[in-house]
Design a protein around this ligand. Structure first.
Ligand SMILES: [Fe+2]
Ligand SMILES: [Fe+2]
Length: 211
């Protein structure tokens, strides 16, 4: 029987909320991982019947992108980028266009994930996908991979290092605090780790897929 890579967190522990920029990068590794799982299942099964392992992996990846990944977008759009823009710093001014294009990417991938989610759930419910549906799923996943590859490189290599230069410790601490609060985590808990985080029941995502 074919198998897919096990659904586990990365080998290295995530940063804590006291290192928000590192934690945001850690989240990129998780996005890449779950996107890779989706692409691999689509390629291996081609819309055919899913065994238990493929189905569980598909469910976990869909759950991650539906429930947990949106927090990452909010971390950037509501906590990090606004603090950078407010600085009126010449170095940030030079990156304003990049910030705008990153936000446009967020809208684009959100639409792509909504369609992937629909097709993935159909696959789970019905057991198989028709030829046109699996072709569309493959197309969407390829587009998402392309967007994320550039997007994540721009954030990891340009925007986060810039943020580390221009934001002071207290501004970065505010970003980390908001990230914790967004996930319903008590910010006073000592150095919470992403992988051990507990969300409020109403916000409960796939706990192995945070943030
Ligand atoms: Fe982003
Ligand atoms: Fe990001």
């Amino acid at each position: 029987m074919e198998t897919v890579m096990p659904i586990t967190l990365g080998q290295t522990p995530d940063a804590g909320f006291d290192e928000p920029l590192q934690l945001l990068s850690d989240c990129h590794r998780r996005i890449e991982k779950f996107l890779g799982i989706l692409a691999r299942i689509a390629e291996e099964r081609r819309g055919g019947a899913l065994g238990a392992e493929h189905r569980e992996a598909l469910e976990a990846a869909l759950r991650y992108f539906k429930n947990a990944a949106p927090w990452h977008t909010r971390d950037e759009e509501d906590s990090l980028f606004p603090r950078m823009r407010q600085l009126n710093d010449r170095r940030v001014d030079g990156a304003l266009t990049t910030l705008e294009s990153l936000e446009a990417d967020h809208d684009r991938v959100e639409a792509g994930h909504a369609e992937v989610d629909q097709l993935g759930r159909l696959w789970i419910e019905r057991g198989t996908l028709q030829a046109a549906e699996i072709e569309r799923l493959g197309q969407l996943l390829e587009q998402l991979c392309q967007v994320y590859q550039r997007h994540i490189a721009e954030e990891d290599d340009v925007i986060f290092p810039l943020a580390a230069h221009v934001l002071n410790d207290s501004q970065l601490a505010e970003v980390g605090l908001e990230m914790a609060q967004r996930r319903g985590i008590d910010p006073d808990r000592p150095a919470p780790r992403c992988r051990h985080a507990r969300a409020k029941p109403s916000q409960q995502p796939d706990t192995e897929a945070e943030p």
